[in-house]
Design a protein around this ligand. Sequence first.
Ligand SMILES: Cc1cc2nc3c(=O)[nH]c(=O)nc-3n(C[C@H](O)[C@H](O)[C@H](O)COP(=O)(O)O)c2cc1C
Length: 181
Amino acid sequence: MKKINILGISGSLRADSTNTIILASIGELFPEHVSFKIFQGLDKIPHFSPGLDDTEGVKKFKDAIQHAAAVIICTPEYAYGVPGTLKNALDWTVGTGDLNQKPVAAISASPLNLGGDKALASLLLTLTALGTNRNESSALSIANVKRKIESGKVTDPETIAALQAQCDNLLKLIAESAADF
Ligand SMILES: Cc1cc2nc3c(=O)[nH]c(=O)nc-3n(C[C@H](O)[C@H](O)[C@H](O)COP(=O)(O)O)c2cc1C
């Protein structure tokens, strides 16, 4: 079976980030023919300014997206918004269309009751502007996330099922996609 590359992007830079833990758990839910990698280096991407040449950090980010058939973003909410590092990285792809038509799943996770819903709504707007390929099942918000993780893994059965549904939906979007990434 053809190998499929899927890229995970965490909106958090923290070493023990709950969002990065969710991505790591997602990596274990894909079938064997999927190679899932979490992007490292969001903090090496300079502030976006149109017209600036891509630096090494930006090139690494764009290459990782270009080599992936699909992307999963998992982000916290800060001050009701998407973390600046994540928005900044996504802004670099606007002009070059790296995420155009790319199947993308958007997940927010928060220790609070609302699950980072405002960050998720904002991220979805950005992903629409970037021309990503999504359907009505491509978004998930996870509330009270700290109760759903133990020893660095997602352990809550309902959350695992919701993450599995995201993986299955992403593979469906890839299979339906006319683009060959
Ligand atoms: C300054 C600050 C602002 C925050 N603002 C929000 C917020 O608006 N909404 C929310 O759900 N959580 C908020 N949080 C909580 C973060 O979602 C929480 O720290 C989360 O664990 C960070 O994600 P991570 O574990 O992946 O690093 C805030 C935390 C800090 C320190």
